[in-house]
Design a protein around this ligand. Structure first.
Ligand code: RP5
Length: 162
């Protein structure tokens, strides 16, 4: 199976990334995690993205806060799908990162999830990889069904809590 490449702008983004790696681990998807910054280590970030396809990656997840150009900078260097997670890390509560990540110029797409949306980033990465992997698609179906069951259980229990 192709790997998911995970890049965070700073190790202070790790709590958001942990939400993604938990899901990838649960689904049995291999991943590699790096700290590269679009601004502080632009060469390393660019090199990682440029070599990602030949290094066995199928999708990249990029998490960054503040003026979050990381996902876009990686997307500029690869045609692999790039999923951006805007992180809440400044006085603007992540709105700065959301707009910096989502408002990409035409021609260089970044699939942006919610602020701090590590879980959905991992699920989206898994769904992309599942296009060519029936076993992974089945695992995703089972996970979706389990999460629906959990909601139905909450429905069944809500009356007793009020
Ligand atoms: C961004 O700036 C990082 O992605 C992080 O969310 C934010 C703050 O970084 P640190 O100052 O904590 O290293 O580049």
């Amino acid at each position: 199976m192709k790997k998911v490449g995970i890049v965070m702008g700073s190790d202070s983004d790790l709590p958001v990334i942990k939400k993604a790696t938990d899901v990838l681990s649960e689904l049995g998807i291999p991943f590699e995690v790096h700290v590269y910054s679009a601004h502080r280590t632009p060469a390393e970030a660019a090199d990682f993205a440029a070599g990602a396809r030949e290094n066995g990656f199928g999708v990249i997840i990029a998490a960054a806060g503040m003026a979050a150009h990381l996902a876009g900078a990686l997307a500029a260097r690869t045609t692999l799908p790039v999923i951006g997670i805007p992180c809440k890390s400044s006085v603007l509560d992540g709105m700065d990162a959301l707009l910096s990540t989502v408002m990409m110029p035409s021609g260089i797409p970044v699939a942006t999830v919610a602020i701090d949306g590590g879980k959905n980033a991992a699920l989206l990465a898994a769904q992309i990889l599942s296009v060519e992997d029936k076993e992974l698609a089945d695992r995703l179906d089972r996970k979706r069904a389990a999460e629906a069951d959990a909601v139905l259980e909450k429905d069944a229990n809500i009356s007793s809590r009020i």
